[in-house]
Design a protein. Structure first.
Lengths: 197, 197
């Protein structure tokens, strides 16, 4: 791994646990085992590092999601459902420490830094776009109701998921994923079948 | 206002903007205009202050919600819908700074402090219980489908709302409330009418 990636990877781990604001430069340098000069060769300052860190987190989530989006054995809706399950299982494995880096940074830095806010918005927008594209396929294939407004549904699912992650973090339990999974996929998105009278 | 309430009120404002971890004792004392000895008369330490602060936040949210829960001119479902609208409007008024103190502290302190986690869980559990009681009334009055599992629905609505607040904070826009409102009240909770064929 090149030095820049090593710094970003080491920083990502610490920031995910402690937040960005409380993570000191010295800590990052120590974890990545690089001298200060090396840090400033790759990053203008801590803010620049933070902005590039968001890209690192976003790439990680994107690559993870792609594993499922590209799995042709799954239906469009099954792909989406599996991505949330994957995230919940990763979170469980880490004993519900950390959580979604994009969500955490949104609450932590949303008020503090306009550049962070802009960047985090771009990441959410990209996630939504990709989710919406697969929801649209699900709609074309008749997996979900035609009456659903895909753009709003994608917004709603992603923000609900951020809330579910928050609940998992504080309860140290997978329950919020199970509730999210049932409510979204077995009720909210479900085609409304004709009621037999 | 007594001294203790003044310290809590001044602290609440700062913590809501900056988070608990980054709020210094000196800052709180200055904002409340009290000497340090006075702080230690009412609070064992900063942690104790933080735990009592959660109660202050919880009371504020509870009192706000009660205004609607106790409004006999509204149906059970209308009461619930109005509470989220009230919160969204308060958030808009503050230019989407701060947000839900309980949600913010959950993400900030969830990993750091087990006592905070326990206390925040109690607050969420109480909110859910009150929401569930009114959802049950809505179900009895035929406003929402009989097939809904009230406990899970209350969990889902509250965690979705936390996610919506996060989106509002980062987009500085009320849109996530509008989406939440339509998705939850006009689709998710809606009685499924027989489809005419």
């Amino acid at each position: 791994m090149d030095t820049k990636s090593r710094i970003l990877k080491a920083g990502a781990k610490i920031v995910l646990q402690k937040g960005f604001y409380d993570t000191g430069l010295t800590e990052i340098l120590k974890a990545a085992d690089v001298p200060k000069g090396s840090f400033y060769f790759y990053f203008k300052n801590k803010e620049d590092f933070g902005l590039q860190l968001i890209d690192t987190f976003a790439d990680y989530l994107k690559n993870g999601a792609d594993t499922f989006y590209e799995d042709q054995s799954l239906s469009p809706l099954a792909k989406i459902r599996r991505i949330f399950k994957w995230q919940a299982e990763s979170f469980l494995k880490s004993d519900f420490k950390g959580g979604c880096p994009i969500g955490n940074l949104s609450l932590e830095m949303g008020d503090r830094n306009a550049l962070f806010r802009k960047k985090l918005n771009t990441v959410f927008a990209d996630m939504k776009k990709r989710l919406a594209a697969h929801l649209e396929q699900a709609q074309h294939q008749g997996e979900i109701a035609d009456s659903l407004n895909i753009a709003e549904v994608a917004d709603f699912i992603l923000s609900s998921w951020q809330g579910a992650l928050m609940q998992m973090k504080i309860t140290k339990s997978i329950t919020a994923h199970q509730v999210f999974d049932r409510m979204i996929f077995e009720r909210f998105l479900k085609r409304q079948d004709p009621v037999r009278t």
